[in-house]
Each structure stands twice: as structure tokens, then as C-alpha cells.
Write a protein that binds this ligand. Structure first.
Ligand code: TRP
Length: 336
């Protein structure tokens, strides 16, 4: 049997934060080291344009996210690592899929619906500020996945709907053109600890502006951790670990033994300042080496470029054969 294909992308519209690391990057790198999987990881830079029309920010984010994956130990001999925008086959597939995707399916996509709901709530035209990019976002995502016939797609909970839509679209194409061109992808959602809370207790997300950056200076990491919202319990008063972002982040980096020790300290009434100090030491200890590597890479974009170019060659070789079949299926072939 062939290897299981695992594929995931990160939208390049922000600076990588602890939540990205724990929820996506770390488990993905672990998966890519398994012998029975073949990993495709990419920078979803076309997706970034949907949310962010600041060219400098998009460019900076692409660089930072690429450097992050490499600094965190991604082995690009094992995994295929590339930028979405370097793979024209993805755009090509995007169109083939667009033509079999029901508009009604896209009407139900929650990212688009949230935009409409917001407009309605503020008594705007429902379509105000909504681009076709946002509306068609799930089709592009389906193209990312189906171009490589990925079996497993590790994503955050908020992306499950998009994977379901990718299956829908794949099934539609298979049905219309009468063959199993596409594998049905499955979402893989990590356990609950894989979604970190942010500074304000909501999901850590660049959309909420509540993140702790992954590779900022030590000082900024400390500052970020100190900003995590806590309750007003005094030192000596027992604290509930299950209702604490400090504990939650601690757990995401700790061994089970360390976690249990911290749980006990909470019961014993550890001061919030002390808990945050221990959290900082744990996280900083684990990220220190990677941070150094990250800074090195950021100072040397040519090295990152080279890795990504090589990744694009690998990725395109795979996508090209598949697209060729699809072009034939829909009736786009040379006359002679
Ligand atoms: N939309 C995803 C997000 O914002 C990123 C993404 C784009 C993606 N294409 C993908 C994830 C394909 C998995 C597979 O998180």
C-alpha cells in the first residue's frame, strides 16, 4: 500500500504564535517524521490575499512562517514544503473545481456567512466588503488538498467545514467525469489541548489579536506571558487549573509529570506571578534553540528561497501528472 498523504497549509497573513506551534506546526512535523506518511506542507499565500491586502505584510509573513517551519525542525528531504503561489497547477485545479461547485454549497461556508451576518447586524448591504475570494475560499482550499490527493488534513476545528466541502466537491467531480480522480480527504483535528487559548481566554488567533508570538525576543515572550488574563485569586488561594490559560499553555509544553506537578501547585495556591514565571521558563527553554535558528534564517532569506524553490519543483512534479489526467477528463487536450 502507498503511504498516507498528510497535507496542511498555514495562511500567511500574520506572525506565527504559540497557538500555531502547538496546534499545527509541532504535530505536523511529528507526522512528517513517521515512516508511513508522506507530508505536504505549504504556505497558503493565495489564501492570505483574501484577508490581507497589505503586500508588505503578506511578504513578511511568508518569510516568517517559512523560517518558523524550518527552525522548528522540518526536514525538507522528508516533507515537501512549498508556497501555494509557486504551484500554478493549484490555480488550474481551482478553476476546474469552481466549475463543478454548487453556489449553494458556498453560500453555507461559515467564513463568508460570518461576513454577511456582520453586515446585516450593522444594517449594511449584505454583500458589503465581501470579495469573490472570500466567497470561493473553500474551493481554493479544496484545490490545495485535491491536487495532491491528500488523505489526511490536520486542521483547527474551524476548518472542518472546509474539508467537508472539499469532499463534496471531489465527489461531484468524480461523479460528473465518471472516475475516482480524487481521494476523499479527511480532517484530522488534534485533541482539545491542541487549541491554545489566547491572552484574553478566547482561542489564540491572529484574528482576535490575542496571541503570544513564537519567536520574538525572550523579553517579549515574558511580556506576552505576563499579559495572560487571570482571575483575582491571591497567593495561597487554590486555583482551578481547568479554568486557566496559564495552566493550559503550560500543559501544551510540559511532560505529563510536569503537568501533574503544576496541577498540584495550583491546588496549593501558587501565586499567578510565580505560575507565569514557571510557564515562561518552560516555554523559553523549549524554544530557545529554535529561536536562534529562526533568527539565522530570517537574516538569510536566500537560504529559505532555495528550500522553497526546491519544494516547488517536487510539488509540481506530483501535481502535474494529476492535472494532466484531469484536463483530459474535462476535454482540454491537444488536437494532435
Ligand atoms: N484555510 C486554512 C486556515 O486558515 C489554511 C489552508 C489553506 C489549508 N489551504 C489549506 C489548511 C489546505 C489545510 C489544507 O487555517
Amino acid at each position: 500500500m502507498g503511504k498516507e498523504i498528510v497535507l496542511t497549509g498555514i495562511t500567511t497573513s500574520g506572525t506565527p504564535h504559540l497557538g500555531n506551534y502547538v496546534g499545527a506546526i509541532r504535530p505536523a512535523i511529528e507526522a512528517s517524521n513517521r515512516a508511513d506518511t508522506e507530508a505536504f506542507f505549504f504556505l497558503a499565500d493565495y489564501h492570505a490575499l483574501i484577508k490581507c491586502q497589505d503586500a508588505e505584510r503578506v511578504q513578511q509573513s511568508r518569510l516568517e512562517i517559512a523560517a518558523t517551519w524550518l527552525a522548528c525542525g522540518l526536514d525538507t528531504d522528508k516533507a515537501t514544503f512549498y508556497r501555494q503561489s509557486d504551484i500554478p497547477e493549484i490555480s488550474e485545479l481551482n478553476w476546474l473545481l469552481t466549475c463543478v461547485t454548487a453556489k449553494g454549497l458556498m453560500n453555507r461556508a461559515h467564513a463568508y456567512k460570518a461576513g454577511v451576518d456582520e453586515n446585516v447586524a450593522s444594517e449594511q448591504d449584505p454583500d458589503f466588503g465581501i470579495t469573490m475570494g472570500l466567497f470561493c475560499y473553500p474551493v481554493l482550499m479544496a484545490a490545495d488538498i485535491l491536487a495532491f490527493n491528500a488523505h489526511k488534513v490536520p486542521v483547527g476545528r474551524d476548518q472542518i467545514q472546509h474539508i467537508e466541502m472539499a469532499r463534496d466537491i471531489a465527489g461531484r467531480f468524480n461523479h460528473i467525469y465518471g472516475s475516482e480522480f480524487f481521494v476523499m480527504p479527511e480532517a484530522v483535528v488534534g485533541d482539545s489541548t491542541a487549541i491554545l487559548q489566547g491572552l484574553d481566554g478566547r482561542k489564540m488567533s491572529k484574528s482576535y489579536n490575542n496571541t503570544i508570538p513564537l519567536f520574538d525576543t525572550e523579553k517579549k515572550l515574558k511580556k506576552g506571558i505576563n499579559k495572560i488574563k487571570t482571575n483575582l485569586l491571591e497567593p495561597g488561594e487554590p486555583k482551578d487549573p481547568n479554568d486557566s490559560t496559564v495552566f493550559e499553555v503550560y500543559q501544551a509544553f510540559a511532560t505529563p509529570e510536569q503537568t501533574e506537578e503544576m496541577r498540584q501547585k495550583f491546588a496549593d495556591g501558587i501565586a499567578w506571578g510565580e505560575a507565569k514565571k514557571e510557564l515562561f521558563e518552560l516555554v523559553n527553554g523549549q524554544l530557545g534553540d529554535a529561536r536562534e535558528k529562526y533568527l539565522e534564517l530570517m537574516a538569510n532569506p536566500a537560504q529559505i528561497e532555495e528550500v522553497l524553490q526546491a519544494g516547488a519543483v517536487k510539488a509540481r512534479a506530483r501535481a502535474r501528472d494529476h492535472i494532466k489526467q484531469l484536463r483530459e477528463a474535462v476535454g482540454l487536450v491537444n488536437f494532435v
